[in-house]
Design a protein around this ligand. Structure first.
Ligand SMILES: CC(=O)SCCNC(=O)CCNC(=O)[C@H](O)C(C)(C)COP(=O)(O)OP(=O)(O)OC[C@H]1O[C@@H](n2cnc3c(N)ncnc32)[C@H](O)[C@@H]1OP(=O)(O)O
Ligand SMILES: CC(=O)C(=O)O
Length: 530
């Protein structure tokens, strides 16, 4: 095996193969914004789409001409010409896209030639040769994607090599070996690449791997170890079936582990941002467990881990999270130890002295509460208030004197009406209010705010942005305990709070009170630190 360490060019196909992924669809405007972001990030090639496929892809190639890209070349994608058409007719849309680079895929696997195209093996070779030669008359760079190359090589090695030979001789500037079905193992891939490269000593080779065996990243890195200098993939690994090789993993592995230059080194810190930007535009939820860029990629939960990371982060981190724009996080749970509690308290700006027994009592209380169904990972505002309370320093902003919630359904087919009345005391003043709501929890929330806003007008800026109820495991049916998680925002910050009870209103009340209390506590904290 050769271990050449040439620079690698990155070819992004998020806008083409990415959009072949389930639930991933982009407007022309989104495509343009993503292309600009990828260019700024330092990607070398951006495959914009298949101009012959749909009006959106065609329009993208027109729109992107209005921008001057700093790093990337735009590539239009398509297939070799249709067997029943001439190259001039079959490839016209690709040429009309007006890009400096055209990428076409052709068939390497005899099974595909016979069964998908239903033409002779010789005719396929002609089509490959004529397509590449025709396109080279129009652009300087023609990238040839040898579809199913590894499967084709395994089925009929000589034929697969002949397809590459035709593309190479016709002027293809890069020969991309595709693991289209994603079934190839790294050791097979290495052997096939080594054997293939012997036949084309002067050619530039690329890799395009799919993730059906969860090996697309490993296969791409293995290809680079075997002398391949052009790597195709998508941001977040989005793509047909199980996706493409994930550039959010390939790029940092190349830069940080293999010491192979690809994108400008200083841009690596933007990796997480690029990953999020694309998900945001596509309206897709992020995968928190995604290596390098996911929210949990550097989240430590086990007490033993946290204790060691506090002493030296290398003990449980393969890289410094900041190198890829991510953050280290410490999660507090019933698996924590006192080192974790101290770390978390420090994050909240609360310094617990080294030998302070309060850390142990906080830890015991957290473990008790978790055993009772609480969970603080998504409710750090409740955790911060709890630590403050146990540290003996928390301020009570109001006192509940009582509430009543009525949910009245008058007849079938009409929605019930929810109304809450509440009595609270703030300082020496008692306030008594009532409010309607969309359901009992909303009515209670409205009544509480109505009562409090007079004393704390800053509550007007706050809203509940998410409300989740989870029935805790047990066999008690409708008498089960529930956990309520509330996420709140004041436009500047968002925070999570939690409540647990057999009574859904009581659990909601606990989370609601923490949410409101946290807003006031947070504002005071900000004021005193400014
Ligand atoms: C591995 C990959 O990811 S390749 C990229 C796959 N991506 C896509 O398919 C998305 C875009 N595709 C499309 O919009 C449409 O499929 C189009 C516009 C390309 C073609 O649409 P249609 O003409 O209606 O054909 P249809 O989709 O039914 O079938 C594909 C045709 O392409 C032909 N074809 C497939 N691969 C090749 C190839 N490498 N060279 C030449 N022709 C090919 C097939 O033989 C078939 O033509 P036929 O029905 O005349 O035999
Ligand atoms: C070309 C391509 O997308 C593939 O072979 O998977």
């Amino acid at each position: 095996m050769s271990v050449e360490q040439k620079a690698v060019v990155i070819y992004d196909t998020t806008l083409r193969d990415g959009t072949q992924g389930e639930d991933f669809s982009l407007s022309v405007e989104d495509k343009v914004r993503i292309a600009l972001k990828l260019d700024e990030f330092g990607i070398h090639y951006i495959e914009g789409g298949w101009p012959d496929s749909n009006p959106k892809d065609k329009q993208f190639f027109q729109e992107i001409k209005n921008y001057e890209l700093r790093n990337a070349k735009i590539a239009a994608f398509g297939s070799t010409h249709h067997p029943a058409q001439s190259p001039e007719k079959g490839l016209r849309a690709l040429v009309e896209a007006g890009t400096p680079v055209i990428t076409i895929f052709g068939k390497s696997w005899t099974v595909h030639v016979k069964e998908a195209l239903r033409i002779s093996l010789e005719r396929n070779l002609e089509i490959i040769q004529n397509s590449v030669a025709y396109l080279r008359q129009h652009v300087d760079e023609v990238i040839y994607d040898a579809e199913h190359y590894f499967d084709g090589f395994k089925e009929d090695r000589d034929y697969a090599l002949q397809t590459l030979k035709r593309a190479h001789e016709a002027g293809a500037t890069t020969l991309v070996l595709c693991d289209t079905n994603g079934g190839t193992l790294p050791h097979e891939l290495a052997e096939i690449i080594q054997e293939t490269r012997k036949h084309f000593p002067s050619a530039t080779f690329g890799i395009h791997a799919h993730n059906d065996s969860e090996l697309a990243v490993a296969n791409s890195l293995e290809a680079v170890r075997n002398g391949i200098t052009h790597v195709q993939g998508t941001i977040n690994g989005i793509g047909e079936r199980c996706g493409n090789a994930n550039l959010c993993s390939i790029i940092p592995n190349l830069c940080l582990k293999m010491n192979i230059p690809c994108i400008p080194a200083e841009n690596l810190r933007k990796l997480r941002h690029v990953s999020r930007y694309i998900l945001e535009l596509a309206n897709m939820p992020p995968n928190k467990y995604q290596p390098f860029v996911g929210r949990s990629a550097f989240a430590h939960k086990g007490g033993v881990h946290i204790s060691a990371v506090r002493r030296n982060p290398r003990t449980y981190e393969h890289i410094d999270p900041e190198l890829v724009g991510n953050k280290r996080r410490f999660l507090i749970s019933d698996l924590s130890g006192k080192a974790a509690v101290k770390m978390k308290a420090e994050e909240f700006g609360i310094k617990l002295p080294e030998d302070d027994p309060v850390a142990r009592s906080i830890l015991l209380r957290i473990k008790e509460l978790e055993a009772a169904g609480f969970q603080f990972e998504a409710a750090e505002a409740s955790l911060e208030l709890l630590i403050k309370r146990l540290e003996g320093e928390s301020r009570k902003y109001f006192e509940l004197l009582g509430f009543r919630v009525i949910d009245q359904k008058e007849e079938d087919g009409r929605p019930p009406v929810s109304e809450a009345t509440i009595q609270i005391r703030v300082g020496g003043q008692v306030e008594h209010t009532a409010a309607l709501g969309q359901g009992p929890v909303n009515a209670l929330d409205n009544a509480l705010r109505k009562a409090l806003e007079k004393f704390y007008p800053q509550l007007k800026t706050m809203e509940l942005i998410d409300y989740k109820v989870r029935v805790l495991p047990g066999r008690e049916g409708t008498a089960s305990k529930v956990r309520v998680l509330i996420e709140s925002s004041d436009g500047k910050d968002t925070w999570g709070t939690v409540g647990v009870s057999h009574d859904i209103l009581e659990a909601s009340w606990q989370a609601l009170v923490d949410s409101i209390t946290y807003k006031m506590y947070k504002d005071e904290k900000e004021k005193s630190s400014s």
